[in-house]
Design a protein around this ligand. Structure first.
Ligand SMILES: C[S@@+](CC[C@H](N)C(=O)[O-])C[C@H]1O[C@@H](n2cnc3c(N)ncnc32)[C@H](O)[C@@H]1O
Length: 285
């Protein structure tokens, strides 16, 4: 059989089997899914990729193995330093003018929590001595419960905190045994980590900033577009959406935002985008 037809057939069966088991992976790019199928095939020592759907169907543990392989947890503290500099200079000073003195920040696809804690650290520093005057909640969500357990635990190894500025380390982390470190309780009190699939479910309204970094690249264009519209509905007026360094806002949704920084991929919701009701452009300017 022609190679492309074969791939489509394998993908068709993979999506069908996962769907029957409650996991809809159609939103992910076919090339992304195929790469992970090929790597599982290699790992399992199979000769041909078309053997995989049958194996998946007859080995229930392989379902989880495949899902674990596509929910990539690569992350780190202060990942993409340009973004964090832009947050400090361009975003936080604007947000801190807010009269109500409360902030809601959502890290969607937070993996093991480093992104959410980095945001918290930067915000704590920006608030100087006014922490007690502000009501802050940083919500980290992910589809993978194992990642969230680690985020809630807030314990990181020496390797995981590599590159964190020593003064930040001293102020926000306590050493457990010299090789492992835990986020201090005063910062943890701002954090909440919940399981949430942003493809299946609506978001959380009233957010001042939504971070969704290094996930969009794995999704097909329709799913990316729908997700950005969901984020528009979750953002408060003039709220910020922050994407990953290699992620580009799709044209349909781009008109709902004003770019604040291209290097940091920061976009600000235009007030005309208030009335967005669905995943389609059902609003006017
Ligand atoms: C590569 S990590 C990015 C972590 C962090 N945002 C960063 O940039 O460092 C992608 C995360 O997105 C999560 N993810 C993938 N699909 C998701 C979905 N449908 N809903 C929620 N989280 C999802 C994965 O489980 C993984 O933890």
């Amino acid at each position: 059989m022609e190679r492309n037809k074969l791939k489509n057939l394998v993908l068709y069966h993979l999506e069908r089997i996962l769907d029957e088991n409650g996991f809809d992976v159609r939103a992910y790019r076919p090339s992304f899914l195929m790469r992970h199928i090929e790597s599982r095939v290699k790992w399992l020592g199979m000769k041909r990729v078309e053997q995989y759907p049958l194996y998946l169907e007859s080995h229930s543990e392989e379902l989880q193995n495949f899902l674990d392989s596509i929910f990539i947890k690569v992350t780190s503290f202060f990942r993409d330093s340009t973004l964090f500099r832009d947050l400090e200079v361009l975003v936080f000073p604007e947000l801190l003018k807010k009269k109500g003195r409360y902030l809601r920040i959502w890290s969607a696809g937070c993996a093991t929590g480093q992104e959410a804690f980095s945001i918290g650290i930067l915000l704590w520093e920006a608030l100087k001595s006014a922490h007690n005057l502000w009501d802050v909640q940083i919500l980290g969500t992910d589809i993978n419960e194992k990642f969230l357990e680690k985020a809630r635990d807030a314990k990181y190894s020496f390797n995981e905190i590599e590159g964190v500025n020593p003064a930040i380390l001293e102020k926000f982390f306590k050493s457990i045994d010299g090789r492992n470190f835990e986020i201090k309780p005063f910062l943890k009190q701002w954090m909440k980590f919940d399981k949430h699939d942003f493809l299946k479910n609506e978001g959380f309204p009233g957010q001042d900033i939504i971070f969704c970094r290094n996930v969009l690249i794995y999704l097909n264009q329709d799913a990316q577009n729908n997700l950005v519209f969901k984020f528009v509905r979750s953002l408060s007026d003039s709220g910020y959406l922050i994407l990953g360094k290699s992620e580009i806002m799709l044209s349909e949704a781009a008109s709902l935002f004003t770019p604040v920084s291209f290097s940091g991929r920061i976009y600000r919701k235009r007030s005309a985008a208030k009335g967005v009701k669905s995943g389609k452009t059902s609003f006017s300017y």
